[in-house]
Design a protein around this ligand. Sequence first.
Ligand SMILES: Cc1ncc(COP(=O)(O)O)c(/C=N/[C@@H]2CCCCNC2=O)c1O
Length: 436
Amino acid sequence: MTGLYERDARTLSSMSFLRFFPQAVTGGEGSYLFDEGGRRLLDLSASWGAASLGHSHPAVRLAVDRALSNQAGASHLSGANLPAVELAERLLSIVPERAAGRVWLGHSGSDANETVARAVIAATGRPRIIAFKGAYHGGTVGSMAISGHPAQEGVPKAGGLTLVPYPNAYRDGGPEQASARALAHLDELFAGPVPPEEVAAFFLEPIQSDGGMIVPPLDFFRSVETLCHRYGILVVSDEVKVGLGRSGRLHAFEHLGIEPDIIVFGKGLGGGLPISAAVGPAAIMNHRAAFSFQTVHGNPVCASAALAVLDTIERQDLATHAARVGHHLTTLLEELKSSHPLVGDIRGRGLAVGVELVGDAKAPARRETAKVVYRAFELGLVLYYVGINSNVLEMTPSLLLSAEEAATAIEILDRALADVEAGRVADNVVAGFAGW
Ligand SMILES: Cc1ncc(COP(=O)(O)O)c(/C=N/[C@@H]2CCCCNC2=O)c1O
């Protein structure tokens, strides 16, 4: 019998593969995935943060079953449906007043960011957008056009896009220097090449995740917000990966002390079902009818799942849980650091954690990182890597991860690091997995 991974390779297009090891699952529950051999895999990724409540969560199952048992159509394009309206009302109730205008519903972080990028230019008449080097806002043409991640080099960028450095305390001489350099760069741009009155919006990630889980220096974004308000530039917070409780606050931007004009939700919003949302002022989000739509946008099934996710996050105060278990996780990682030279930096907020692996003089340990995730998988732990140098282990588990599961994960990671550092993982084991 051909194995599931081999069948996958023989049938599915590799254009959507972002593979690090031969993961092939047949089911899952809570923080665990089950592979075809019956192995239980502790999942520290939750499908890049999408399975925000873990796998097979009863609240999501019940919501989806109810929505499918009395299905209010399959779209909100040409008619209102109750779950989509209830979700929009709920999202408007949890965002800052300045963003509480209208809700656009989509499938993915990509289509939501793409729609916002189009809408801010169309609605303001301003042709420019600022975003960060290293930013990942999506995988569609329009969202790649405003992204700065090196994995998308060569893909056409928006004509009015300016990419600016994201302050990295680990690599730019500490938080103060990193912040000062990034702000000076912005001042130079606004003084000449990028007239601020031509800028429609500034896209930010409150933690730059695919760029390397980089936590910005304190107050950096308050300075950015002040600049934006001075020139009438809309602040867009891309909360797709680190929002909705993951950072230890409901919204990750709360850690920055800012109030964005537009907020983009995705991934964990649907608890594993495809749904995204962009919430912003009516002047932008009501720019024009029939401006951005796809057939099953706002479908009642995914909207119901999202409502169940938001209910669960609120009822179980999962933001506080994420803060608590995230602190436990990073404390265990800090202990790990003392016995593993590969571990250069540990950073994150709540259950959005990055571990940067380096060699001498902080040289990115790209190959070793690929081996660590491969070896961790062999030992029963699923985690992937991010970063502009593909050397940052990313941890975005279920928001329900327990302290015991966190401890188990770190025990496995400890063994994987030791095996790689001891040269017990051959180069050829990762040869077939291209990663980013
Ligand atoms: C901050 C942020 N904004 C938007 C997106 C795009 O979301 P979709 O992949 O759902 O279209 C993402 C998606 N990030 C990628 C998804 C592809 C696999 C690589 N890892 C990610 O988390 C994101 O992190």
